[in-house]
Design a protein around this ligand. Structure first.
Ligand SMILES: Nc1ncnc2c1ncn2[C@@H]1O[C@H](COP(=O)(O)OP(=O)(O)OP(=O)(O)O)[C@@H](O)[C@H]1O
Length: 416
């Protein structure tokens, strides 16, 4: 099923008096792969949970298929949640069920399909994630990477239009992460669903997404084509992409302005960025990602609004993929042709990460909050029970409102 656009506008979430982020505005383009980065504790998981209606933002809107999830009825929210597949960090499998039953579970819970049809669907999804033959294994008997792939197969069985990945690479070695990243791109080619991945892994951010966003200092500091963030020389981005201690991001909170400025002055190479890596392509033999052509057209239309370094990187990658197509005897794609057209206003400004000195004082991200954590936010172990699944899973009707801030109001209408 083709992916759907997700339009987030002016979204604000607090727990009691502690604001997590404010005024988050972004659009996940249909069928494209987007990554959300950000230092620990900046509210990436809270954002994912808000998208699927497990948490209720107090301001703003999340519009999917013309429904605002923040304000719609519980029954409509229940319908919209069926469009989502979610890969939780640990796969969130039921420890007592084998992989087959785990993956069949949503079909048995939410559809009237017979066992023969369920068998075909489970077999197809297990094959897609490379788990054919492992049906009888229990979650405790397999590796973390296999558990993630089983969780992914379970997220796929209802043919979701949107798939959310909460740190798919956590706990995996670099080789397994590389395989999983290729699997994500291959699944995007096969499903054309809209993907949003929360990750800390720089290699994932560099090679997988079409778009990258970054949460920082309680705001969405940036969201746009991958080349914008990957070429940004902003100190926060440079520190994050290089995994350095020196810079504005501290251990558990942002550093104060003076300390960050001292470190910046002491270390000259802080402005450098790692080279841009080519984006992964779907494995040979699979269908081409439909999102690629749509994205190229979209990016060509917004090219004049992007910073010069991002424009240059986009042109370079289009030229490289055009050359690769020529070498393999393929026609250059329509997008490569679009990329060769002249661009207007190459120096137009775009949104950037706020400098340290621009930002106000910040509270420690890990400060204890005066509000009880709702059940769905409890830490997940390596397995769960069907009852926990029913509490947490997006395909279940909400059992009650998660505590949010006081009241809800109209969001500001501003798109990035
Ligand atoms: N239900 C809740 N009640 C109160 N505070 C919460 C709740 N859920 C999350 N928080 C707080 O919100 C903040 C952001 O948490 P979140 O898990 O979204 O961060 P994150 O960016 O995903 O972090 P990490 O990268 O370390 O996983 C944290 O300070 C956390 O304690």
């Amino acid at each position: 099923m083709p992916g759907v656009e997700v339009k987030v506008e002016g979204l604000t979430k607090s727990f009691g008096r502690a604001n997590i982020w404010s005024d988050v505005t972004l659009t996940l383009p249909p069928g494209e792969v987007s990554v959300l980065l950000g230092p620990s504790g900046t509210g990436k998981s809270v954002f994912l949970k808000s998208l699927i209606g497990l948490l209720k933002p107090e301001k703003g809107s999340i519009v999917i298929h013309e429904t605002d999830l923040v304000r719609c009825s519980e029954s409509r929210l229940y319908e919209i949640r069926k469009l989502f597949g979610v890969l939780f960090q640990d796969g969130a499998l039921f420890g007592s069920m084998n992989l087959y039953d785990n993956i069949a579970f949503p079909l048995r819970e939410h559809t009237k399909k017979g066992e023969a049809e369920i068998r075909d669907i489970v077999a197809e999804k297990m094959d897609m994630v490379g788990l054919k033959g492992d049906e009888k294994k229990l979650p405790g008997e397999i590796s973390g990477g296999m558990r993630k792939r089983a969780g992914l197969a379970r997220a796929l069985v209802l043919d979701p239009e949107i798939i959310l990945f909460d740190e798919p690479d956590s706990g995996l070695d670099p080789v397994r992460t590389a395989y999983l990243n290729q699997l994500i791109i291959d699944l995007n080619a096969q499903t054309d669903a809209t993907f949003l991945i929360v990750t800390h892994d720089i290699n994932t951010a560099q090679t997988v997404p079409d778009n990258i966003g970054m949460l920082y200092r309680k705001h969405l500091a940036m969201f746009g084509p991958r080349e914008v963030l990957l070429t940004s020389e902003d100190p926060v981005v440079a520190q994050f992409l290089n995994g350095r201690r020196q810079g504005p991001i501290g251990m558990s909170e942002e550093k104060d302005t003076a300390q960050a400025a001292r470190e910046m002055a002491e270390v000259d190479e802080l402005s450098g960025l790692p080279p841009i890596k080519p984006q992964l392509e779907a494995t040979a033999g699979l269908p081409e990602r439909k999102a690629v052509a749509r994205r190229q057209k979209r990016v060509a239309e917004m090219m004049h609004t992007l910073p010069p370094a991002a424009q240059e990187a986009i042109r370079r990658s289009q030229a490289e993929s055009g050359q690769a197509a020529q070498q393999t005897g393929q026609q250059p794609t329509r997008q490569q042709a679009v990329g060769a057209a002249p661009y207007g206003r190459p120096d137009a400004p775009t949104q950037s990460i706020p400098r340290v000195q621009d930002a106000g004082p910040s509270a420690p991200q890990d400060a204890p909050l005066g509000q009880p954590v709702p059940p769905q936010d409890a830490p997940q172990g390596s397995s769960q029970t069907p009852q926990q699944y029913r509490q947490q899973n997006v395909q279940q009707p909400p059992t009650g409102r998660a505590p949010g801030g006081p009241g809800s109001g109209p969001g500001r209408h501003r798109f990035r």
